[in-house]
Design a protein around this ligand. Sequence first.
Ligand code: XUL
Ligand code: CO
Length: 493
Amino acid sequence: MEKVAGFPRAMHDTMTIKLGVTCFLGCLLILVATVSAEDALIADMTCRAESFEKPIWEGEFFPNISSIKYEGPSSRNPLAYRWYNAEEVILGKKMKDWLRFSVAFWHSFRGDGGDPFGSPTRVWPWEDGSDSLEMAKIRMRANFEFIKKLGVEYWCFHDRDIAPEGASLQESNQNLDAIIALAKKLQEGTNIRPLWGTAQLFKHPRYMHGAATSPDVKVYAYAAAQVKKAMEVTHELGGENYVFWGGREGYQSLLNTDLKKELDHMGTFFKAAAAYKKKIGFQGTLLLEPKPQEPTKHQYDWDAATSISFLQKYDLLGEYKLNIECNHATLAGHSCFHELEVARINGVLGNIDANTGDSQTGWDTDQFLTNVEEATLVMLTVIKNGGLAPGGFNFDAKLRRESIDVEDLFIAHILGMDSLARGLINAAKLYTDGTLSDLVSNRYASFDSTVGADIESGMVDFDTLEKYAFGWGEPTITSGKQELAEMILHSYT
Ligand code: XUL
Ligand code: CO
């Protein structure tokens, strides 16, 4: 670990920034007060020396943690992978290409452990707690060191979590440009790129009635301008997708809401976004992220099926896919497997926000997905989908409020990555073995007959079906074999 003046490099640099301010005030006090000439001189020299130091944190942010390596399932090292072996080939593809892991900037670098009942618990060592541009630059450097040490290649961001909101839209755009320039520099010579970017259209009070679904045309325009800029910078950084999560696109009361108008506005907004994507030559996939509620009581992108029918109605199906988040799936009363399968069979499975909820907690806890059976089912869908590229797995997941060490941030990601890697290994065996898919196809075997094939191609009318029903008589009932299906799944988890 590099040390400067007896402190780890990173700690020293933060102190330099803080000292810069305290020194200035301290200098004045000491020089004005009646202290010895020697004390005043020492104070003056210290202050000069400190104020000449560049107030930029350029040292290591995680000095005690080196690059995370694969050590295999028997390892007991919490800072090593047990299952995620990036180069290992599974069903003809490297693990890293099946999984395409991404770090979510907002949780990892803006999350502070605060919840509706309590104050923040977590202050990363480099944080000064401000929303300044300088602090934003420091965080971006920390993000890149973290990504490199984890050995992943993607990160995801909202415009406003990487750069502070300014006094005007123009100033916000300038702040964003400054951070994007730095991120671009940090990406140079690496394979690191954004998996996706997005605009934060839910935090600022202007969006309290919605963004694309706001009743105020000025808010609609502001949101469009924000998306325009966020899409431009995602493109500039070589981002592979662009996400729309409509946190405020819904209602709190249907009594004051024109449902049709709001949905129509959302449709036109998404049409304009798709047109703008083409205009700037952005090749990334546009993704809608369904969530039923929270923060609003009803969000329009309720679940995969609702979002697909919305895309169909507004003729957007060719332009958009879905970003399925597991905790959003459970909030909608589904399993993650259900949402993924609905997206897959409709050809719109674009990306996964990998997280999970807590069965005893009713809200979006955004925990890291660590349940191996759930991970196996998630990966079974991904295998059937032929992978997710250009999408991947974004860890839209946060540390619990009580986890406050930088080491916890690594451990959480390592466990999340290992769980999905283990899920991939299990799902590949389950898929190759074929017992489960045979069980499923056997249930539908009667449709393999000539009559069945004719029915499936829509050639048989009700009169003909009635004739068959009279002739065949009472159908014999057969077992659904759910327990056997579960037994097969368990034999691979
Ligand atoms: C909120 C959520 C968002 C989106 C991006 O529940 O999942 O972080 O993923 O706006
Ligand atoms: Co999400």
